[in-house]
Design a protein around this ligand. Structure first.
Ligand code: DLZ
Length: 158
């Protein structure tokens, strides 16, 4: 369970399969790019640390988190991936927009997971403010990009 006391960035290195024969797609949102760039760095470093070959990691950007579902779907249609990671960051503002984006992305990615043959890994930060996002993108609560990379490798093996 993800709580402030437990996060997957503390994973046991030995529990992660070798990723040298795996191919990964990453879709990353440009919105809040200071945060999503840090998530991407974390994901790339962790995939490579576990053997993934840089040429086998394909990164595509989309304008905002709402477009992550479309991006992931296009990657599924292109084929050739063992797992796809989506990375985005939605920060609550003064309107209900936050809830609609979070709900849209979450249900869209869930639907893709239920209907496609490869796992889509959910790397969407949904935070109340910028500090919470920084804490989870290389700050005191780890990096969700790292976590997503570990989950992607494990699910590709699954
Ligand atoms: C419009 C919008 C707003 C208000 N906030 C965010 C956000 O915090 N994080 C994010 O990734 N994207 C945001 N967007 C953009 C939407 O995700 C989307 O790109 C637009 O609504 C166009 O479809």
């Amino acid at each position: 369970m993800a709580t402030e006391l437990h996060h997957l960035s503390d994973y046991d290195l030995k529990s992660v399969p070798d990723a040298s024969n795996m191919c990964f797609g990453i879709v990353v949102s440009e919105w809040n790019d200071e945060i999503t760039g840090a998530l991407l760095d974390g994901a790339l470093n962790t995939l490579k640390k576990h053997g993934a070959i840089p040429e086998n990691i394909h990164v595509k950007t989309v304008p905002g988190s709402f477009e992550l579902v479309y991006g992931a779907h296009q990657m599924i249609l292109n084929g050739g991936y063992d797992a796809i990671i989506i990375l985005g960051c939605v920060i609550r503002g003064g309107t209900p927009h936050f809830d609609y984006i979070c709900q849209g992305v979450t249900s869209g990615i869930s639907r893709l997971n239920a209907t496609s043959e490869i796992p889509i890994i959910y790397g969407l930060l949904t935070t109340e403010n910028l500090q919470q996002a920084k804490d989870r993108s290389g700050g005191c609560l780890g990096n969700k990009g790292d976590e997503c990379a570990v989950v992607a490798i494990k699910m590709a093996k699954f």
